[in-house]
Design a protein around this ligand. Sequence first.
Ligand SMILES: Nc1ccn([C@@H]2O[C@H](COP(=O)(O)OP(=O)(O)OP(=O)(O)O)[C@@H](O)[C@H]2O)c(=O)n1
Ligand SMILES: C[C@](O)(CO)[C@H](O)COP(=O)(O)O
Length: 225
Amino acid sequence: MSQLPEYAIIVAGGSGSRMQHEVPKQFIEVAGKPILMHTIERFYEYNPDLRLIVVLPQQQLNTWRDLCRKHGFKIFHMAVAGGATRFGSVKNGLDAVQGEGLVAVHDGVRPFVETTTIKAAFEAAAVHGSAVVAVSPKDSIRELTPEGNQAVPRANYKLVQTPQCFRTGILRRAYEQAEQEHFTDDASVVEQLGEKIVLVEGSYRNIKITTPEDLVLAEAFAKEQ
Ligand SMILES: Nc1ccn([C@@H]2O[C@H](COP(=O)(O)OP(=O)(O)OP(=O)(O)O)[C@@H](O)[C@H]2O)c(=O)n1
Ligand SMILES: C[C@](O)(CO)[C@H](O)COP(=O)(O)O
């Protein structure tokens, strides 16, 4: 563990439209408890002293409090209202980070992140200023072109996951920028500053629960834990 204070911003401010479920997907129960609780537990297991900031939709803050009570969920965290986009939610979470240190931004719907991955990301960010978890694609890749499509060399690509860790100063400067369409993650926001992004090996289990079939996988992974 580095000497710098460590924070995690767990973004769970979305509505989960692609999941088409009656509750926001971060609250769907897997192995008897909401996905978001599994995610927070992974970070607590990595470092019980980690300062945890959980970003939620403004209108779901009371629901989350009720869920914590119902499930006897005691891990200390600060709950913050999110924004209209992931960018806005990270920005709001970052406002709650006091002082200097390292910040990991993680999707609340990636509950199977390994503690070894979190550790590797914080360690690399302490050295390089940034560390973004990614894996190699398993499928072949084709690029869409004006003429149709063409094969591209798979070895030239990585699939990006979270956590994405940064020194606080870098992340604050990045999120002072105006939001742009191509900001799909924190790495793209930081890269816009001209900062280099260092990649850390991720895991194929660290799925982002996005569409209904991901819940089947999630139940299977949860059983193995
Ligand atoms: N305004 C938003 C939008 C997204 N997120 C979070 O960013 C993560 C990755 O986003 P995604 O999987 O796209 O979640 P949703 O936006 O909820 O899903 P969808 O795009 O299907 O609506 C999720 O943990 C989500 O809660 C957020 O904090 N605030
Ligand atoms: C941050 C992320 O999970 C990295 O893969 C991804 O970019 C989130 O994308 P989404 O459009 O919010 O699903």
